[in-house]
Design a protein around this ligand. Sequence first.
Ligand SMILES: [Zn+2]
Length: 62
Amino acid sequence: MDGTMKSPTEIIHVKTRAVSCDGGAEPLGHPKVYLRIETGQITCPYCSKVFILETGAPPAGH
Ligand SMILES: [Zn+2]
């Protein structure tokens, strides 16, 4: 096979800064990891999913 296998970047909108990712139901599943959005978005180091913090979310901490 010489086709270019590029997986499209999946973008997930979330409302909390603390998110978890396990790769979803795709074959690219990975051990569940917890990520913390610090600057509006974060990319999962395992599956490259992009989590974007929706505007209007409460600030971190109390
Ligand atoms: Zn992931």
